[in-house]
Design a binder for this molecule. Structure first.
Ligand SMILES: Cc1cc2nc3c(=O)[nH]c(=O)nc-3n(C[C@H](O)[C@H](O)[C@H](O)COP(=O)(O)O)c2cc1C
Length: 207
């Protein structure tokens, strides 16, 4: 087996290290985060770090890289308090990936990569029209992570948009049927296939 120690990892070329370490946390969620600033400039970018924080009330978090360069998603969320999280569907993963390029502030990635901003009701931030599963969130907390200067951004889900009949009586969504993709590393997109759905695990009683 290959054995890599911390020194080996730290001596790797920067991009190789970033790629490897990103792969090692496993399959990750694939989302576009949509924002708008106070002058109406739209922004959308791909994120693979969205995690469930809690369900009661519903909180999601995501990790934001250090802000030593302009980070529009961070700036706009900080400024306005609202953002959307949109599942990346297999029909538009290439365009979703392209949103990670460093576009200037006055460029909307929506226009630049050819995906469609969608405003729903009076929600402030833009959804991604092509996305089948969309959530509107309100910023709750920003935590700076001391060991590397990244941020954990936590938001409360205020609304959810899903296709009709996509949620079962017990709250299950078949993500593969919905066409939601997963991400490996920072550049590989996977289509998921369900193995099985299991019962809630309980201690087994001795017969
Ligand atoms: C597959 C993929 C996943 C990414 N995930 C994250 C992430 O979780 N956190 C982050 O800060 N940047 C992440 N990025 C980088 C951002 O997409 C990139 O910095 C983008 O330019 C941010 O746009 P913004 O300045 O408009 O916010 C990811 C990039 C790719 C290609």
């Amino acid at each position: 087996m290959q054995h890599l120690k911390l020194d080996d990892v730290m001596n790797m070329e920067r991009r190789k290290r970033a790629t490897l370490i990103n792969y090692l946390s496993g399959f990750k969620s694939a989302n576009l985060i949509g924002t708008k600033n106070s002058t109406g400039q739209l922004n959308v970018a791909v994120f693979n770090s969205v995690v469930h924080i809690g369900a009661n009330p519903p909180y999601f978090g995501f990790i934001l890289r250090p802000v030593n360069v302009p980070r529009h998603t961070y700036q706009y969320i900080n400024e306005t308090g609202y953002y959307t999280i949109n599942h990346i569907h297999k029909s538009f993963y290439q365009a979703a990936h392209q949103t990670s390029a460093k576009y200037d502030t006055d460029v909307s990635e929506f226009e630049a990569v050819g995906i469609t901003p969608e405003f729903r009701g009076d929600f402030f931030a833009p959804y991604v029209a092509e996305s089948h599963i969309q959530m509107g969130l309100e910023l709750k907390e920003i935590h700076r992570i001391e060991c590397n200067g990244t941020f954990l951004i936590i938001g409360k889900i205020l609304e959810i948009w899903l296709p009709d009949n996509s949620v079962t009586m017990d709250g299950h969504i078949d993500l593969s049927q919905q066409g939601t993709v997963a991400i490996g590393g920072l550049d590989t997109y996977y289509e998921a296939h369900k193995l099985n759905r299991l019962e809630y695990a309980r201690l087994q009683k001795n017969a």
